[in-house]
Design a protein around this ligand. Structure first.
Ligand code: FES
Ligand code: FES
Length: 152
């Protein structure tokens, strides 16, 4: 089927297989290598993209569902000052979020932050419930987010 989809602010028309997942479409056909494939079960969040304003596991969505919609990946946030600042805060605090998980963390957290003016640490943990990785130090991730929030 043909789909029209806006990806990182640019419109595309593509002929796709009905069964292709959004993650495979973005990674293989659109060359967006930040959209990692890991658990493929909706558990880890490594494949998280912003879809129509919400963080979504792209391994759980068919690409055809993106028809008429808008997808933002971390590549589309290259000049986003909030994404850059949050990433810097992770690094400064040694939060151990590597490049595989980083895009999903940033996309989930920026979505959470855009909807919350005031929040506590517990709510940040909750916002990350879809981004599960045993290599990341969640205590330091949350510390980074709280630090980042003070600068907003
Ligand atoms: S690869 Fe999609 S949630 Fe893990
Ligand atoms: S695989 Fe590196 S932080 Fe998840």
């Amino acid at each position: 089927m043909k789909i029209n989809v806006t990806i990182n602010g640019q419109e595309y028309q593509r002929d796709i297989d009905d069964k292709i997942l959004l993650q495979d479409f973005l990674f293989n056909e659109m060359g967006l290598k930040s959209v990692a494939k890991n658990c493929e079960e909706g558990c880890c969040g490594a494949c998280t993209v912003n879809f129509n304003g919400w963080p979504v596991n792209s391994c759980l969505v068919f690409a055809m569902e993106a028809d008429g919609g808008s997808v933002v990946t971390i590549e589309g946030m290259a000049n986003n000052i909030q994404a850059i600042t949050l990433k810097d805060a992770f690094k400064r605090n040694n939060a151990s979020v590597c490049e595989k998980c980083m895009p999903g963390f940033i996309i989930s957290l920026l979505s959470f932050l855009s909807g919350h003016s005031y929040f506590d640490e517990k709510e940040v943990y909750h916002a990350l419930k879809g981004n599960m990785c045993d290599k990341a130090d969640y205590k330091l991730v949350v510390k980074s987010v709280m630090e980042f929030a003070k600068k907003l």
